[in-house]
Design a protein around this ligand. Sequence first.
Ligand code: NFE
Ligand code: MG
Length: 580
Amino acid sequence: MTKRVVVDPITRIEGHLRIEAETSPTGGITSAYSSGTMVRGIEIILKGRDPRDAWAFAQRICGVCTLVHGIASVRSVENALNYPIPANAQLIRNLMIAAQYVHDHVMHFYHLHALDWVDVVSALKADPKATSELAQSISTWAKSSPGYFAETQKKLKDFVEAGQLGIFNGGYWGHPEYKLPPEANLMAVAHYIEALSWQREVAKLHAIFGGKNPHPNFLVGGAPSPISAAPGSSGAAATAVNIISLEEIRNVIKSMQAFVNQVYLPDTIAIASFYKDWFARGEGVGNFLTVGDFPANGTDDPSTWFIPSGAILNRDLSRIEPVDLNDPEQVQEFVAHSWYDYEGGKEKGLHPYDGETAFNYDGPKPPYDQLDVDKGYSWLKSPRWRGNVMEVGPLARVLMLYAKGHEQTRDLAGSVLSQLDLPIDAMYSTLGRTAARTLESKIIADQMMVWLDNLIGNIKAGDVAVHNPDKWEPSTWPSVAKGVGFMEAPRGALCHYIVIKDGKIDNYQAVVPSTWNAGPRDPKGQPGPYEAALMDRHQLHDPSQPLEIQRTVHSFDPCIACAVHVVDPDGEELSQIRIR
Ligand code: NFE
Ligand code: MG
């Protein structure tokens, strides 16, 4: 067997991911394999339960995209029961999903991805005055004085001198592929620290609409918190969404916009300008899928949604294929290279309504020295659209908005690319994916003000409804109902498929963004998006410090907890994890 470079675990992600790469004698990646190494069990746990409760279980699929599985779940039940929800509930969901995007994307950029580009240790050599000049040359953000950067540097120095790089321990500091000057590194470290406390502000939006964060509350048929139009904040109005809390929401959105416009966006451009070669590798698949999200005020017609649904094949932005999630010919999950089996055989593809999640595979499983890639090598399935491997996520969404002629997207993409002196094709790359996440954060944060104004407008016009009780009672339901709840999660297209029989869940299948992106090869041998991206012009400078693999894998923002949703039935240890 060819000896492979093994990275396990990939750190600075959610969940447990192993990457193996075969390299040429000169260090070029010739083949790559992506493996989800931990099993969980939500799809099985949900069987037999009340569909109105499903969201509370499904939401626990993930602690990062903490609300998206709740939303997909309530939407699946509403779709199955043909259960309309009030306009205000849609707007509240839009705002909650949007806040999750901006929160998640900023956290990903600074706390998960930045250290692939930013050398923390080099920041110690920076001149605080020059750092201040750099910061002020790219942004009007107030925290930019020489004293502020000197203080940040001192904090970092104390850490290092105490021999406690803590969360920064074990990085590939000093690797020659780090290209930023010390001042840019120090600026990024300061913003890394600032983003930690900024998150607290954003979480308030979820707490106001959903009672808490993480894992806010949801409700089949609407939104959980009533709206009070009363001017005060006492009595029943105190726990309702009221005029004071809506003002607080406006302030939260402003704080999100400020951080995105003045910190995240300029930092993305500044950092990317030193790594322009990463706009020319790491694309891989070139096919993109969105399922669409964000209904306009008062309509549930998906054709009006802010993010359109569609498929782009072979980078052809002039053609958007329609996507029908209910069509068994379009959406299928394969297990040919997963540690699962299907009753009808391992080569089959199953539409999620007929999906199976069962521990019936008796081929080689963990532990192992190296993955047996001819057989099963992941707990992830391989979802396909019309048999094609599809990338989902911020890049897919930005391309979809761009292809549809969305003006702000075109202007913003044009402006960022021209500042970097790059063509639109540069988006099909590792850093293109990262930049798309930043662009999307700005577009969505701005759109949040529109949804908030719509919500306040409805309330002023006397509409305070947040829940439709018409179909709440199971006695009103048909004996069999099927539905798909779909949304755009931060990492991409998310669908929950539900089959309800006699008021209980008969089958539940989550087809998740990181499953689309991180899944293994399919029966035709087509690599998944992570795998294909790693095989796209990657050269390892030093196989014992595979920084290049981290860059491209992190550009997808992996969440393997989302991607695998089953618990090892015996609670056994499945693999030894080496923390680095
Ligand atoms: Ni756990 Fe998730 C998002 C979902 S991942 S992070 O975004 O759904 O694929
Ligand atoms: Mg699944």
